[in-house]
Design a protein around this ligand. Sequence first.
Ligand SMILES: [Zn+2]
Length: 465
Amino acid sequence: MPQAATSECSDQMSMNFSALGRMVRRFPRLHLALSAALAITVVAMALSPESGESHPERKQALTLPKPGTAPATGAASPVATTQPARPRPAPAPPEPEWIELEVQSGDTLSALLQEHGVTAAQVHRLVTGDERLAALARIRPGETLGITLDDDGELNALRYHPTRIQTVKATLGDDGRWQVQSETREYQRRVRFAEATIDNSLFLAGHAAGMSDNLTMQLANIFGWDIDFVLDIRNGDRFRVLYEELYLDGEKVGTGNILAAEFWTQGRHLTAYRFETRSGDADYFDSEGRSMRKEFIRTPVAFSRISSRFNLGRKHPILNKVRAHRGIDYAAPSGTPIKAAGKGKVIFAGVKGGYGNVLILKHGQRYTTLYAHMRGFARGIRVGSRVNQNQTIGYVGMSGLATGPHLHYEFRVDGVHRNPQTVPLPKAQSVSDNEKPQFLVQAKRMEAQMTLFAEAATLASSNVL
Ligand SMILES: [Zn+2]
């Protein structure tokens, strides 16, 4: 295919390649017939192995505490709330009386508060007093506000919830300024278990197991370094997942993180555990503490196609002479985000001749990656910036010598150009030696939870049948 082989900078006739089409091709079986996945989201409680109460007959209902935390007490009691403390019998400082207002369709903050004698000037001072109060200007129907008025009927406190877990409270100080406090509630987290055998597609199996697409995507991302979910998956492959569900006031509001996962595919068994390092980064590791990730992603731009391969004897399409192509070209629509292939530091950000806008990242001592023909750099990207793997560093363009938008990507090891498609990629960092004992304890605990859940699931299904 001569055009493809020489199209680094040739016309991108196939630019109508759409991201959607690509998605459909990636998950072709998503819309096919129903999966007969064995799928049980177990609503079974396994007691924490540490509690010393893990007799099988004690397995009864429902949820597990998050590994490493004390068992939850009341199923629906939030971990923390910002509600004022309940009135106690003991004498308390006089609580101002909160007037609760519900925003109706067509209401503005001014209109709402003016009904209670608050002047437009007061409202203006309030909204412009602190940036955390600015969102008040955009209140929407159904939201609620609380206000208190002093003896003269002047507004002296206001509280509202910009999001479901946030409360912002403004109190008028003696100096006439608004003091603002904001609090964020913690979600209550419950540990759930799901398992499924793939009969058709990963996503259908996930659905049948009660998993959201988002959660299934998380699962695919964890194992995506070792398993090609488009090519490698076979009927009969199966997985187990231990994950968090997020609750507020006893109501489920979303899914949290996958805590542990196992995947069986074509004779391979992969296990991953989530671990938060002391620096606060969370990542997935195998049972020995080795990273599930590689240090570099293979393709730094999603929804692209290779328009020119690594080729040391190539004829340049514009210069028309032999000029080695020491990188890979990915054709993608102008403006498509470009991701950092690995964690690193920006050592060049600027214009480099025919390469146009170029960014070079240094990753440790041995590796550098180069990104050329960019339309521009992402905000905050400059020489010296530190970037994380997958962070957007810029956008596909056609700056420099290029006749169509594409990313020219180079990968160097010890200063030598290597083919980004085939170069062996090192594993990302393992759990550090000093955190390893803690990791191993946590991993063992999650493994034990997984086993208990799985046993409970088997029991539950055999009881039903
Ligand atoms: Zn190129």
